[in-house]
Write a protein that binds this ligand. Structure first.
Ligand SMILES: O=C(O)C1=C[C@@H](OP(=O)(O)O)[C@@H](O)[C@H](O)C1
Ligand SMILES: C=C(OP(=O)(O)O)C(=O)O
Length: 481
């Protein structure tokens, strides 16, 4: 089964080339409610920990997108069973040659996990002699190799052409410090092969994670399964995305794993078993960002239900960040509403903790009436694309006044016009183009399908928010639009 924008193995090559998508420019302020699917970062952590656990886990309201399909496929290849929580009756034991009930083969459409809640049954031993497609997913390329190091045999890793440009060196180096053999071409990039020997003796890992917090998270997630105490220490420049490391520690805690702080940027994980868990995934607050930004830039109001009161997601910073540009927010009975009821002003922001919000924030900044400085985001050059260069060139193409600094962007007010907005295969670049298109007519996003990385329903959700009663969509259930 194939879902818009990606196949069940997450293969974007299987998707026909996208046509340009003209971002809708409403004549009125945007008002509405948007139900945002589950968090990518939480879903992929939960899937991975469920695969490492000592018993089954259940995931309620997980995200289903290209990145999570890639994680599911990677863990299945290593031997993990991942199935719909309640397999439909079509998985019959009476069919000739049928597997025992509930043990459906990966290719059985009746067991397709592309929608709904998931049951994860860990493998007794991770299988080797497999290859893993990371697509463009940082959480797959940085979180799965430390698990593959526990497999019996070689596990090959590769991904999209752009994934081969993302930094991997510190993770490879960290695994080598633990005695794991990793064969690569010495560039510190995909592709590479992890030669698992079934066990890892813990040790003290010192790596420079200034290019991505995911190097630390990846090692932390698997470390409880290593023999002895693992210390993971970041040595180098500023460690970005600290909330994502807190998310890793919090997710481990839900699985009964205790992580000790061993210094300002060091963590110690004693060997311990990882418990299975029954978890409900929070909505992806970073994916709420463009929708909430729509309220600000059009002078409307957008509500997102199920907004968690406490979370480690960086999207929790959105009320404050959008507030710096003039938005007003309120959280009432678990629904966050952002209002835009005045001019959009520029702001001076350090986004080092929340780099994944930068494309949306840059789009808002391009529509502001005074300059914006975004700092602390040099590591965005190693994201899905070089986001600083991508934002600079896309904004220039629309007449924007923007330049890169060592660690960010300076964006000044300019009269923008329509034109091509390149997504560079980056979901957040695609949605940033949509935000600008709300105010600037004829912004053409070349590849809106890039949003399938974390939000396959984006284009429909966007259209539904802007025009709640379009002609021709009457037969589509509201929640599916
Ligand atoms: O651990 C995670 O789930 C993530 C960590 C961050 O990565 P970086 O530290 O590389 O920015 C973030 O930007 C990314 O979207 C998701
Ligand atoms: C940087 C991002 O993703 P990844 O998990 O691929 O690093 C992102 O989603 O903004």
């Amino acid at each position: 089964m194939q879902i818009r924008g990606y196949s069940r193995t997450g293969d974007r090559a299987a998707v026909p080339p996208a046509r340009a998508w003209v971002a809708p420019t409403p004549e009125h302020p945007v008002h509405g409610t948007v139900t945002v699917p589950g968090s990518k970062s939480l879903t992929n952590r939960e899937l991975l920990l469920a695969a490492l656990a000592s018993g089954p886990s259940t995931l309620h309201t997980p995200l289903h997108s290209r990145d999570t399909a890639l994680m599911i496929e990677a863990l299945r290849r290593l031997g993990t069973r991942i199935e719909p929580l309640e397999p439909p009756p079509a998985v019959a034991t009476t069919l000739p040659g049928a597997l025992p009930a509930g043990l459906a083969p990966a290719s059985d459409p009746a067991s397709d996990p592309d929608t709904g809640d998931l049951l994860v049954i860990p493998a007794e031993t991770f299988r080797g002699a497999v290859s893993i497609d990371c697509g463009l997913a940082g959480t797959v390329m940085r979180f799965v190799p430390p698990v593959a190091a526990l497999a019996l045999g070689p596990v090959g890793f590769d991904g999209d052409a752009q994934a081969r440009r993302r930094p991997m060196g510190p993770l490879i180096e960290g695994l080598r410090q633990l005695g794991v053999t990793v064969a690569d071409d010495g560039r510190g990039r995909l592709p590479f092969t992890v030669h698992g020997e079934g066990r890892i003796r813990a040790g003290h890992v010192r790596i420079d994670a200034s290019a991505s917090s995911q190097f630390v998270s990846g090692l932390l997630l698997a470390a409880a399964r290593y023999e002895g105490d693992t210390v993971i220490e970041h040595v180098g420049g500023t460690l970005p995305s600290l909330p994502h490391i807190e998310m890793t520690v919090a997710t481990l805690a839900e699985h009964g794993v205790t992580v000790h702080r061993a210094g300002p940027t060091a963590w110690r994980v004693p060997e311990q078993s990882i418990a299975g868990a029954d978890v409900r995934l929070e909505p992806d607050l970073s994916n709420a960002a463009p929708f909430l930004a729509a309220a600000l830039v059009t002078g409307g109001s957008v509500a997102v239900p199920d907004w968690p009161a406490h979370t480690t997601q960086v999207g929790a910073l959105l009320p404050e960040l959008l507030g710096a540009f003039g938005a007003r927010s309120e959280l009432v009975d678990g629904t966050l509403t952002v209002h835009g009821d005045g001019p959009v002003h520029g702001a001076d922001l350090d986004l080092s903790a929340a780099g994944e919000l930068a494309p949306t924030i840059a789009a808002v900044a391009a529509l502001a009436d005074s300059p914006t400085t975004l700092r602390g985001i040099a590591h965005l050059r190693g994201h899905e694309t070089d986001r600083l260069a991508a934002l600079e060139s896309d904004l220039h193409a629309l007449g924007g006044d923007v330049h890169q600094t060592d660690d960010g962007l300076v964006i000044a007010p300019a009269v923008l016009h329509g034109g091509e907005w390149k997504a560079f295969a980056d979901h957040r670049m695609a949605t940033a183009g949509a935000v600008i298109g709300l105010v600037v007519p004829e912004v053409r996003v070349d590849d809106i399908q890039a949003t399938a990385k974390t939000l396959p329903g984006f284009a429909r959700m966007w259209a539904r928010l802007i025009d709640p009663e379009p002609t021709g969509l009457a037969d589509v259930p509201v929640e599916a639009r």
